[in-house]
Design a protein around this ligand. Structure first.
Ligand SMILES: *Cc1c(COP(=O)(O)O)cnc(C)c1O
Length: 395
């Protein structure tokens, strides 16, 4: 063992501990759901990306079982050697149909989809113009690509236009943005971004991880919500949030883009194929979401209800319509303390602070689900009110 490394890490870890910023993982001894067993105790879960309540839905589990029965546990291969089953092609076609795109490529995670997106499509002759608050996987993907890197202030369309003007010498320009920003629940202004991209002949890439399955009237995503379906060049997304919550990601777009990614995208070429159980369950989920909007409708109602009641209780939340509801506390230690007290009250929430959000912007991020019932939301609001008063957050 290298003692220098161990000693250095011990002191760095102690610093994180001393600052009250050490991330502790709570142990869940149940399935993922609205009601879980965390640290040995039954609690109401308000911090999963389980937007549609599908993580342990009977239809999800049944379809996953059926796929294991028919196509086995795993493929022990990457896609291009012997890792492509008929169901992988079926799922890719279903995602394309759901999103209104030509073709789709699966990855084992959206982190991989973003990590492997830019380098095969762009080089030093091109430029990428990225929202400053984009997800870490977009940032890392851009770092792996030789294109010029430009950033614009979060959601600032005037600065995006400046960047488009400043990069007119480049062969291609790609605008890259989360369509929903996961810390704030802010929705990107895709209508304005499309107008700018048309004006300056730029390509648009959006990350729909916190959107696919429930944003927009029929759950197609923010491109539906903003009325720009068919005008986005590249969509990346995850199967690990609303669409079942296991693993898996995808990139969807024109046939040529997807063909090139299959040839050159490194996380696709050099990493194992998605497990059949996940593929089978994802197919069943997309079928269900195409037949009925009842789950996304319930999520929308739950979100509006919670946002209204928590605001009435006196909390400072980031306004909006997304099921991500940031309850602003600003102070990192307070956010930690409040999350711990809420757990004692039977509500599982997590405090977020630097470096996940900017310094001085600590918060508790609540995520509403279609798996929550009205009495769950009332219970959560009562607990927030009690703990909020106790800690002096509200009067
Ligand atoms: C969660 C998330 C990812 C990563 O998704 P995985 O499939 O878990 O790798 C990428 N981008 C955004 C915006 C996300 O929220």
């Amino acid at each position: 063992m290298n003692n220098h490394l161990i000693q250095r890490l011990q002191s760095e870890l102690a610093e994180i501990q001393a600052a009250g910023l050490f991330k502790q993982e709570r142990i869940i001894a149940s399935e993922q759901s609205a009601h879980i067993i965390a640290n040995g105790k039954p609690v109401l879960n308000l911090c999963a990306n389980n937007y549609l309540g599908l993580s342990s839905h009977p239809k999800t589990i049944e379809a996953a079982h059926a796929a294991i029965e028919k196509r086995g546990y795993g493929l022990s291969s990457v896609r291009f050697i012997c890792g492509t089953q008929d169901i992988h092609k079926e799922l890719e076609a279903k995602i394309s149909q759901f999103l209104g795109t030509e073709d789709t490529i699966l990855y084992c995670a959206a982190f991989d989809a973003n990590g492997g997106l830019f380098e095969p499509l762009l080089n030093e002759q091109d430029a990428i113009i990225s929202d400053e608050l984009n997800h870490a996987s977009i940032i890392d993907g851009i770092r792996l690509c030789k294109a010029e890197r430009h950033r614009y202030k979060h959601n600032d369309m005037a600065e995006l236009e400046e960047r488009l003007i400043a990069t007119q010498h480049c062969r291609s320009r790609m605008i890259a943005t989360d369509s929903v920003f996961s810390m704030d629940g802010t929705i990107a202004q895709l209508d304005k971004i499309v107008a700018l991209a048309e004006k300056y002949d730029a390509i648009i890439m959006i990350d729909e991880c916190h959107s696919s399955g429930f944003m927009g009237k029929t759950g197609r995503g923010v491109h539906e919500h903003c009325n720009v379906m068919g005008k986005i060049d590249i969509i990346t997304g995850t199967l690990g949030k609303a669409l079942g919550g296991a693993n898996g990601g995808f990139t969807s777009g024109s046939k040529e883009v997807i063909d090139m990614l299959r040839q050159k995208s490194r996380p696709y070429l050099f990493s194992n194929t998605l497990a059949p159980s996940i593929v089978g369950a994802s197919i069943a989920i997309l079928d269900m979401l195409s037949e009925t909007t009842s789950l996304r409708d319930k999520l929308e109602e739950n979100t509006a209800y919670f946002r209204e009641k928590i605001t009435a209780a006196g909390f400072d939340i980031k306004p909006g319509i997304h099921p991500i509801v940031p309850i602003m506390l600003y102070d990192a230690v307070l956010a930690q303390k409040m999350a711990a007290r809420m757990l004692e009250e039977g509500i599982y929430v997590v405090g977020f602070f630097f470096p996940v959000v900017a310094k001085g912007n600590a918060r508790i991020r609540v995520q509403i689900s279609a798996g929550h019932e009205r009495e769950d939301l009332d219970q959560a609001i009562a607990a927030f009110t009690k703990v909020g008063k106790e800690l002096g957050v509200i009067k």
